[in-house]
Design a protein around this ligand. Structure first.
Ligand SMILES: NC(=O)c1ccc[n+]([C@@H]2O[C@H](COP(=O)([O-])OP(=O)(O)OC[C@H]3O[C@@H](n4cnc5c(N)ncnc54)[C@H](O)[C@@H]3O)[C@@H](O)[C@H]2O)c1
Length: 368
């Protein structure tokens, strides 16, 4: 792998890639890969480094030169980098997502993994971003095998760390040229009543479920805003995977429910701020995914935890705990990643809605 001259040049290249993608004006079907300017191979469009000292100067030079060129294959900006434009495969172009770059946090397992698989099926190009990098790499590998090379990239991230989130966005943009759909899914659950909950645990849950949504939106919206500025037909989406616990309080689970309620306040506020940049922001509030590892892990899943803690009166087995929860759902089943992805696709395809929190709960939560 080639190395960048320095961090500043790399971040300049990341700031320019969405502009190159926007000027190419092919919508989500065009990707832009940025590489260090390490040799003098000719390019279809070459800009001299003297005209590109800052990102803004480089943007102005790009705009001025662009009308002369009809979607070049490679743009070289001297001293910064080479930008290689690629069309996504026709099978992706034909899908509902048409090659959109979709970044899903917490995509190594559970809802995130299932959502990433459904989005790839719908013609998306995926960034599998997770704290668990080996597991994220194995999900990305299997998507590349199933849907073709270049479908998925694995990125290690701690969504609670600002530098890590910034780096996740830079890596994504240098690889694909932008982010068209950001799914903020990574989340943690630590239940406990007032007498059990420690400040450390409360702050940990709040950091990952609430503060991290601010961080991923702050950095993830930057390439979206840039692309929208230079391509009038462009629109992007941010979707937070919230919870039914973001719509109704959860007994002895207030750290989780409080962060999720707060997430809806962020969704509504970000939606108002980003509407002028043509970035929609919505939340999906799923019911419980009983087949996923959070509930069904045989050692630390919630079913075994709730059974051993005696949380469900009279329950003798995991099946009894399962029945107790399923009885609360009018449609009498748990929520699946496909159910959630259908709501995400609604958000993407619906041009006239932002700032909403959409329940996907089989009728368990109904909006007032
Ligand atoms: N499972 C459910 O029943 C349910 C119901 C409603 C809402 N949700 C929400 O769905 C989302 C996913 O939940 P899940 O059940 O699939 O969880 P999960 O525990 O199965 O998976 C979460 C993933 O996030 C990753 N992760 C955790 N902390 C991270 C961090 N700091 N940075 C990056 N990645 C991190 C984990 O490594 C894991 O791969 C969460 O936001 C959760 O609140 C889940």
């Amino acid at each position: 792998m080639q190395t960048w001259i320095d961090e500043q040049t790399r971040s300049k290249a990341a700031a320019l890639a969405p502009v190159v993608r926007a000027l190419a004006a092919g919508g989500p079907a065009v990707q832009v890969r940025a590489e260090p300017d390490s040799d003098s191979r000719p390019a279809d469009l070459q800009l001299d480094d003297s005209a590109c000292a800052t990102s803004e100067e480089a943007i102005a030079a790009l705009q001025a030169a662009w009308p002369e060129i009809n979607r070049p294959g490679t743009v070289r900006i001297g001293g910064i980098g080479r930008f290689v434009l690629d069309e996504v495969a026709s099978a992706k172009k034909a899908g509902r997502l048409g090659g959109r770059v979709c970044l899903v946090t917490g995509a190594a397992q559970g809802f995130g993994e299932g959502i990433a698989r459904e989005l790839a099926q719908a013609g998306g190009v995926l960034v599998i971003a997770d704290l668990n990098l080996p597991l994220a790499q194995s999900v990305a590998r299997s998507l590349n095998e199933q849907f073709g090379p270049g479908t998925a990239l694995a990125v290690g991230v701690d969504v609670g760390s600002e530098t890590s989130v910034a780096e996740m966005v830079t890596e994504t943009v240098l690889t694909f040229g932008g982010i068209d759909l950001l799914v903020s899914n990574a989340g943690v659950l630590r239940a406990g009543g007032l007498e059990d909950m420690t400040l450390d645990t409360f702050e940990f849950v709040t950091r990952i479920n609430y503060t991290a949504f601010f961080l991923v939106t702050k950095y993830g919206s930057r390439p979206m805003k840039l692309q929208a500025r230079f391509d009038p037909s462009y629109a992007a989406d941010i979707v937070q995977i919230n919870s039914k616990s973001g719509l109704e309080g959860s007994n002895r689970n207030f750290a989780y429910a409080g962060g999720k309620f707060g997430g809806i306040g962020l969704v509504q506020s970000f939606a108002k701020e980003l509407v002028t940049d043509r970035v929609k922001v919505n939340a999906i509030c799923p019911g419980n995914y009983y087949e996923g590892p959070l509930w069904s892990d045989p050692e630390k899943g919630l079913f075994v935890q709730y059974l051993s803690a005696g949380k469900v009166p009279g329950a003798q087995s995991v099946d009894d705990v399962y029945r107790f929860y399923i009885d609360k759902v009018p449609m009498r089943r748990g929520c699946s990643p496909l159910d959630v992805t259908r709501a995400i696709l609604y958000c993407v395809e619906q041009a006239y809605e932002t700032g909403q929190a959409i329940p996907v709960t089989g009728g368990q939560n109904m909006l007032k």
